[in-house]
Design a binder for this molecule. Sequence first.
Ligand SMILES: C[S@@+](CC[C@H](N)C(=O)[O-])C[C@H]1O[C@@H](n2cnc3c(N)ncnc32)[C@H](O)[C@@H]1O
Length: 390
Amino acid sequence: MEIPAQYRGREQALIKHQLLETYLYKLFMIVGQHHPTITYVDCFAGPWQEASEDMSDTSIGRSLSTMKNCLESLQGMGHNVRFRALFVEKNATAYHRLKEYLDSLDTPVETESFHGEFYNVRHKILDWCGPTGFTFFFVDPLGWKNIVEVSTLEPFLQRPESEFLINFMFEFILRAHDIPLHEKDMAAIFGQIPQTDGMTPDQKESCLVDLYRANLKRVQPSRGGKPRSVTVPIQRPDKDRTLYHLVYLTRHPLGIVKFMEASEHLEFVQKAVRIQAKHDKKIETTGQCELFGAFENIKVDQGTVPICVVKEYLLRQLSFQPQLFGIDKLADMLEETGWFESNFQEAFHELQNEGTVKNYDDAEKSKRRKKFIHFDANRNSGERLAKVTP
Ligand SMILES: C[S@@+](CC[C@H](N)C(=O)[O-])C[C@H]1O[C@@H](n2cnc3c(N)ncnc32)[C@H](O)[C@@H]1O
């Protein structure tokens, strides 16, 4: 895979945009079949560090083209969905570019823009969205103050029929979280002051991200489905270190399943981008070109979790009494572990071959190649699975 020229040097933006686009497409195609209006809000729109005139390397351009594609595909299916998009930006020069671009655009999406600080225009944004109706909020700031704290986001989190993708600036927060000067900010973000003494870097990362996710879920209204959240780490392209987490928040189990599907594809792109970025850096410093491109050097390893660990986890979920494993259960497992559906499918297949588990609704199991459990069968109620004595 060649990194597009406009993303060179900011490869993490490519990953972020790819995820946003892939997920928004899946989401809008599902939501559009049941809702007459879809609203999208980019709370920190930019444009920022864009290299293209046509905004094709910004969240503005990519979200708008996705909405246009969905609107047309849904129309083809007989659903006339109204798409509305709002873009918020505080920087005067960037806002001017944004406004000019939106004014010049010929699109069936209804667009609007606000110039101002997110914190100050929060209620204006909510008024524009209206009290109900499906809305997706993209929160992609550069810092945390007056942005990602739960108290700042609370009016949004309390709104029904809302989903969120929040860029949690992990690298900044990791550096600040145990500095006494930032205690007040950390308490506002996490609901407590995180205690990470003696933890490994990986443990610290899970601890901070899990605390944040739990705190976001805490303020969601009690009606409208169980609050759910998963996260995708975005790595620094030239170092194996997390730069930020994209935290996704929804009340729909299918949202979790589709978001993790989009992230699984991203794992592959992310590895390719990292290899390409390291490779580019090497050429820059040594002048030597290696003989392989990024994708040829990649093996998709279904995440890094060993299959024996997934098998053990699955066995703990199963009992000797057949139980339905549907979308709800899959979302629970994805949320709890952060693994992908394919991890569970592979592990179940191995257990089936070993004769330790059985799918009571798969009489012709030899015909299945990848999906050994149909979580979406019977209108998402799933299939009956159980442990068996080998
Ligand atoms: C990370 S960039 C956004 C990039 C864009 N979402 C994308 O992916 O192409 C953050 C943007 O938010 C703007 N910004 C920063 N703080 C803001 C605030 N408090 N309110 C509104 N906009 C803000 C910055 O000027 C910048 O354009």
